[in-house]
Design a protein around this ligand. Structure first.
Ligand code: DGI
Ligand code: FE
Ligand code: FE
Ligand code: FE
Length: 187
């Protein structure tokens, strides 16, 4: 799918703010793809669709989780974690986007997971560092992203877990698996 078509499809599903975030994630993902020698076409398509299902109703997301091969344990965790996995299924069903690497990058963009591919790390990181974000510590992560993809993902993962623990939120296993794996891959 051409990127302009993808943007046209996604825009009506998002708020103006979320759409602008998506375009910034796309630009950030393109920069990271160039820097780390990943496919620009895959990075931009994954970025444009990464939050495609952010505003689906909880009922619809729950139904898709229940009726497809998505892991059912998602339903025991915060619904914020559902939109990536649900989008990875719907872009294939609705638009025939069946590229496994793109689908996986969209799937894991919120939590990360163990053994992330380069494309997954690029989308995970681009979502975290796009220029509209102002999380505590994001400036350091942005700087590190220019030099070390794994280390920058590890910093983002660590910050997210700290943030969630401060809020007493439950943490999905993949979020911890991402952190543990990135810790081992950083040295
Ligand atoms: O969709 P975005 O807002 O662009 O970003 P995202 O999909 O990365 O979602 C970010 C939110 O998800 C952020 O508030 C942190 C939260 N999150 C990430 N991992 C977990 C989590 N929330 C819970 N409860 N548990 C997690 O493991
Ligand atoms: Fe998201
Ligand atoms: Fe994220
Ligand atoms: Fe996002």
């Amino acid at each position: 799918m051409k990127i302009d078509e993808a943007i046209r499809i996604v825009e009506p599903h998002l708020t103006q703010k979320r759409f602008e975030h998506t375009l910034r994630v796309k630009d950030t993902a393109i920069n990271l793809a160039k820097l780390y020698d990943e496919s620009i076409e895959k990075a931009e398509l994954a970025a444009v669709f990464h939050d495609y299902c952010k505003y689906r109703s909880l009922d619809e997301m729950e139904r898709i989780i229940k009726t497809t091969s998505l892991p059912k344990d998602l339903l025991n965790f915060h619904h914020e974690l559902w939109h990536g996995p649900v989008a990875s299924v719907l872009i294939d069903q609705e638009y025939g986007i069946d590229d496994g690497e793109i689908k996986q990058a969209i799937y894991s963009h919120t939590t990360g997971r163990a053994n992330m591919s380069k494309l997954e790390m690029i989308i995970f990181l681009a979502d975290y560092i796009e220029p509209g974000r102002d999380f505590p510590g994001v400036v350091d992560v942005r700087e590190t992203a220019k030099k070390d993809l794994v280390l920058a993902c590890w910093m983002a993962s660590k910050n997210t877990i700290s943030f969630l623990m401060k809020k007493n939120a439950t943490i999905y296993p993949d979020t911890f698996y991402a952190y543990n794996d990135l810790t081992k891959r950083t040295n």
